[in-house]
Write a protein that binds this ligand. Structure first.
Ligand code: NDP
Length: 334
């Protein structure tokens, strides 16, 4: 058994100090597959974990990181062998189980997806949970909401964030007319560079919150923020339109009435990437590797190391991260 480095969060009274530590592989949790982590990525939930949010992480010391890609070192199951390139996102990784901000993880085989042909360990984590969730939103909007580019514009909230920026890029690549909502006015040109046709301020979308319905504008929406903005987006859907709800950075509460649902036939679609069955995850990774591959994905990436990821955790909690934070571990640097 060897040692590895990890960012570890401790609980000391009300404080949650973080530091890089050298840990023993033997202290990793029980599991089927030991993985040498090459890449992880930064997600809002990692910020919540490091902040001690009890809905995410209850036991400390803890290594966050809900995402990991790497190479299998040891496997107790026949479907994985040493040397396999694999992806792990969601389930309990980085929540109660030591996560991808460590150079090793040990997890149940049921959490592990082979890295599909067309993706690399790096591109899989440039997407990570955030990019995967953006794709899950588009997948559900098309499959359950019947969304198609000809039906009209699609709104994306939290557009400069991880989920939002990948959603803008993917929708634009698929031929949708994308309206990006952001609190960062200075990033308007950046969002247009990703393919947004129009950039809207949060304040503009927040207008009319007291009205029961708003002008029918959007055929679909990807909402990453919740709260008033989510429901104003629902009230702005065209007849029969759909909104995929995946996030809560503004608020988990929705100030809602049934009116858009019973007068405009609109759909509110729920998105969970954590417990979504492995077969579905494998199917969607396959799409992201092939017909939904994003050639410009690297333009979203800010490279992080174990030394810089702690600062990025603070930035994501403050809503200041732009695009995707990609954590590159030593094994990936050779
Ligand atoms: P990010 O922090 O990268 O992005 C969130 C973005 O939302 C920010 O960049 C900012 O973009 C905007 N924002 C921040 N604060 C506010 C606010 N108070 N009001 C309105 N907008 C705000 O996070 P992620 O993209 O990683 O995650 C986004 C959300 O999706 C989180 O709530 C996360 O928990 C959730 N999520 C859910 C998943 C699921 O399985 N359901 C999986 C992955 C994520 P801008 O400045 O451009 O407006």
């Amino acid at each position: 058994m060897g040692t590895y480095r990890a960012l570890v969060v401790h609980r000391e009274g009300d404080a949650l100090p973080r530091q890089i530590e050298t840990l023993d592989e033997a202290a990793l949790p029980e599991g089927d597959v030991l993985i040498e982590v090459h890449y992880s990525s930064l997600n809002y939930k990692d910020g919540l974990s490091a902040q001690g949010n009890p809905g995410v992480t209850r036991h400390f010391p803890h290594t966050p990181g809900i995402d990991a890609s790497g190479i299998v070192l040891e496997s107790r199951v026949p479907n994985f062998a040493p040397g396999d390139a694999v992806i792990v996102i969601g389930f309990d990784l980085g929540m109660g189980t030591a996560g991808g901000f460590g150079e090793r993880i040990r997890v149940p085989a049921g959490w592990v997806v082979p890295c599909p042909k067309g993706l690399t360990l790096r591109s899989a984590m440039a997407l990570g949970t955030a990019g995967f969730t953006a794709a899950e939103c588009v997948d559900k909007l098309e499959r359950m909401g019947g969304l198609a580019p000809a039906q009209g514009p699609v709104l994306v909230t939290g557009a400069t964030g991880g989920v939002g920026s990948v959603a803008v890029m993917l929708l634009a690549q698929l031929g949708y007319d994308v309206v990006a909502v952001t609190g960062k006015a200075e990033r308007a040109d950046w969002l247009k560079g990703l393919g947004a046709g129009e950039v809207m301020t949060r304040e503009a979308l927040a207008q009319g919150a007291s009205k029961p319905l708003l002008a029918e504008r959007f055929a679909g929406a990807v909402d990453t923020v919740g709260g008033e903005l989510l429901f104003n987006a629902v009230k702005s859907l065209r007849y029969g339109g759909s909104l995929a709800a995946c996030g809560l950075v503004a608020s988990p509460a929705i100030p809602a009435t049934v009116l858009p649902f019973i007068l405009r036939h609109v759909n509110l679609l729920g998105i969970d990437s954590v417990q979504w069955p492995l077969e579905e995850k494998t199917r969607l990774w396959g799409r992201l590797a092939q017909e939904w591959a994003l050639p410009e994905l690297e333009t979203l990436v800010e490279t992080l190391t174990l030394e810089t990821v702690s600062d990025a955790l603070d930035r994501i909690l403050a809503g200041q991260m732009v695009g995707r934070g990609l954590l590159v571990h030593k094994a990936a640097r050779g």
